[in-house]
Design a protein around this ligand. Structure first.
Ligand SMILES: NC(=O)c1ccc[n+]([C@@H]2O[C@H](COP(=O)([O-])OP(=O)(O)OC[C@H]3O[C@@H](n4cnc5c(N)ncnc54)[C@H](OP(=O)(O)O)[C@@H]3O)[C@@H](O)[C@H]2O)c1
Length: 348
C-alpha cells in the first residue's frame, strides 16, 4: 500500500513507554501511519527526536523523528488518536478529544469501567465494540473512546477465556510477577528493584480483580452484564525488563479434564487483522515455560503463553501464564483495537 493511502493517526503521550512502543509498532504498519504526536506542555513545541528518551531497539521511524510535539489541547489532522497518556491526565484529555469527534484508542485506566466504553480484547469480546453507539459523543460528533485492559488483565483474561467459555469459572487466584517497563519510564529506581521484589503495585490488584468480569461479560440490550465469578490478585514488581508472568489457580463450574482444558486453549478464532498473532494462546506442556526471555516476542509480542497446567490442592487447577506488557498488554492491544474499528467501519 502506498504511504499516502494509509490512515493518519496521532499519538498522545508520545514520549512515554507506551507512546514509544506505539510509534515503533506503527513505524511499518500496513494501515496506519503516525503523522502527529503530542505530550505535556513541557514537551510541546520540541522536535520529537530532541525530546524523547528513546528506549526502543529499533530507530525512531523517519516519518516521526522530525515531528514537532503538539500540546494535548491542539487540533489534529488525524481521525484516530492512540493514547498512552499518564492516567493522572488521560481521563479529561481523552474526553476532550472524543467530544471533538476523534476516535480515541486508549491504554489508560480512566474510562475502562465506564458503562458505555468498550474494554476490549478483540479475540474475546469484540461484540462489546457496539457500546460505542451508546456514547453521547458518537451521536454528536462521531468521536468515541475505546480501551484495552490493564497489562496483567490481558494475560489473565486470554489464558482463562477458553476455560470460562467452555466450563465456566467460580474462583480465580492470581499472583503476578510484573516487569519494570509496566511502570513507564524511568519507573521504579534501580536501587529499589535490582536483586529485589516489591510486593505492591498501586491500584493493580483492583484492576485485575474487576476488568476480566467486564471483558467476559455478555453484551445484550445495549449494555454489558458482568461475568459472575471471583478473582483474588496479588501483584509484585520483579527485576524483569519486559513481560508479566503470573501463577494462576482456578476452579471451574463444570468439571473438566486436563486434556479438555488444554484443547480449549487452541480454540481461539484468528481475526485476520494485521496485528493478529497466528496463535493467540500458546500452551507449553513444560514446567520451565513460559519465561520472559524466551517467550516475550512470540507472535511479535501478541501471543500470550501458558504452561504446566496441573492439579491444585485448593482450587481445581493451576497454570503459569505470561504476556508482553507493552505489546499485548498495551500498544499492540490498542493497535489491534484500531484495526478492528477500521475493518468493521466504526469510524464516522
Ligand atoms: N507501561 C505499560 O506496560 C502499560 C501497560 C498498560 C497500560 N499502561 C498505561 O498507559 C499509560 C501510559 O503509560 P506509560 O508506562 O507509557 O507512562 P509514561 O512512560 O510515564 O508516559 C506518560 C506519557 O504521558 C505524558 N504526560 C504526562 N503528563 C501529561 C500532561 N499533563 N499532559 C499531556 N501529556 C502528559 C508524558 O509526556 P511528557 O514526557 O511530556 O511528560 C508521557 O508521554 C498509563 O495510563 C498506563 O497506566 C501502561
Amino acid at each position: 500500500m502506498n504511504l499516502s493511502n494509509k490512515i493518519k493517526t496521532g499519538v498522545l503521550g508520545c514520549t512515554g513507554a507506551v507512546g514509544q512502543k506505539l510509534i515503533s509498532l506503527l513505524g511499518n504498519h500496513p494501515l496506519f501511519e503516525v503523522t502527529e504526536v503530542a505530550a505535556s506542555d513541557i514537551s510541546a513545541g520540541i522536535k520529537y527526536s530532541e525530546r524523547v528518551n528513546w528506549k526502543e531497539s529499533s530507530d525512531i521511524p523517519k516519518s516521526v523523528k522530525d515531528l514537532t510535539i503538539k500540546k494535548c489541547s491542539d487540533e489534529f489532522d488525524s481521525k484516530i488518536l492512540f493514547s498512552g497518556l499518564d492516567s493522572n491526565v488521560a481521563g479529561e484529555i481523552e474526553e476532550f478529544y472524543a467530544n471533538k469527534g476523534y476516535a480515541v484508542v486508549s491504554n489508560s485506566k480512566n474510562h475502562r469501567m465506564s458503562a458505555d466504553v468498550p474494554l476490549i480484547i478483540p479475540e474475546v469480546n469484540h461484540s462489546h465494540f457496539e457500546l460505542i453507539h451508546k456514547q453521547q459523543t458518537y451521536k454528536k460528533s462521531g468521536g468515541f473512546i475505546v480501551t484495552n485492559p490493564n497489562c496483567s488483565t490481558v494475560v489473565l483474561a486470554v489464558t482463562l477465556y477458553p476455560v470460562y467459555k467452555k466450563f465456566g469459572l467460580k474462583k480465580v487466584m492470581v499472583t503476578t510477577m510484573q516487569a519494570v517497563s509496566g511502570a513507564g519510564y524511568p519507573g521504579i529506581p534501580s536501587m529499589d528493584i535490582l536483586g529485589n521484589v516489591v510486593p505492591y503495585i498501586k491500584d493493580e490488584e483492583d484492576k485485575i480483580e474487576t476488568e476480566p468480569l467486564k471483558i467476559f461479560g455478555t453484551f445484550s440490550g445495549g449494555a454489558v452484564k458482568f461475568a459472575d465469578f471471583i478473582i483474588s490478585a496479588s501483584c509484585n514488581r520483579v527485576p524483569v525488563r519486559d513481560g508479566h508472568t503470573m501463577s494462576v489457580s482456578f476452579e471451574t463450574e463444570k468439571k473438566a479434564s486436563k486434556n479438555e482444558i488444554i484443547k480449549s486453549f487452541g480454540e481461539y478464532e484468528n481475526l485476520g487483522l494485521p496485528s493478529s498473532p497466528e496463535v493467540v494462546l500458546r500452551y507449553f506442556d513444560n514446567p520451565f515455560r513460559p519465561q520472559p526471555l524466551l517467550d516475550g516476542m512470540t507472535g511479535n509480542g501478541m501471543t500470550v503463553s501458558a504452561g504446566n497446567l496441573r492439579e491444585c490442592n485448593i482450587l481445581d487447577w493451576k497454570i503459569n501464564a505470561f504476556g508482553h506488557n507493552t505489546i499485548r498488554g498495551a500498544a499492540g492491544a490498542a493497535i489491534l483495537n484500531a484495526e478492528y474499528l477500521v475493518k468493521n467501519k466504526f469510524l464516522k
